[in-house]
Design a protein around this ligand. Sequence first.
Ligand SMILES: [Zn+2]
Length: 288
Amino acid sequence: MASNARASPLRLGSLVIQPVSDGVLRLDPSDIFADAAPEEWQPHVPRDDHGRVELGLTCLLVKAGERRILVDTGFGHRSDSSELGLLSRNMSQLGVAPHEVDAVVISHPHGDHIGGATTGTGKNVRLSYARARYWLGTADWDHFSRPDSLARAQLLVDKLLPLAAAEQLDLADGEREIAPGVRLLPLPGHTPGHIGVAFTSGQQMAVYVGDMIHHPLQIEHPDWCPIFDALPPLSRATRRALLDRARREGSLVLSYHLPFPGIGRIDGSWSPSRSGRGGASNRLHCAQ
Ligand SMILES: [Zn+2]
């Protein structure tokens, strides 16, 4: 079952990148393919008995020297679903405790990415990663901390505001290196301040794209925005530039919502990689 899926860690120079699943999410495909005619996507998209599409939820646990960095936090524990919120269980099975995490990157404050940043609600909120600095794009803080945004979403009150109240929230405006070879990358459009992460070592590069891609078909059709994109024209431009660059540079792409472990290359279409192993030109290798 996908929620129990394991993947080998990947090594990029001295960086070790471990995909960790938070489970699977099932969505109505019309939410994902809102920009496409049914005949364009239906023949290519497997659906479950309820007509829904399964999306991955793949966080990254990165070792950079002595530092541990978590990229996105999943949904957090959910009593209403056994398919979601599995990150903490899967991290503990890898032998990593929450207090060992030094930095947490929140690509954007939607529930499937920031849900695991804290536990509890109201006065009982606690930061899940007590020692960590949390990173968020400045434009997302500006947008989602506005009174009208907070009034619409209790999630933000319980997940976003406590990070700032604890003085453990750092904002990134533009590119920002948070550890050697680990650089936050502005990828705006899905939300105003949506960020990805570039991992580099020498000439090798991998890029975490967050919610710039929800489905492999968007690689062939970068103009297709899901209904969740807040700024569709900007999202299309960012997606096109990101995919062009990944294709040109041959970089590995690490995605949140493509099928676990969400790793592959852009080769006209999505070219998934199970372990990072591949042909002689594949410069990313298993750590083990
Ligand atoms: Zn998402």
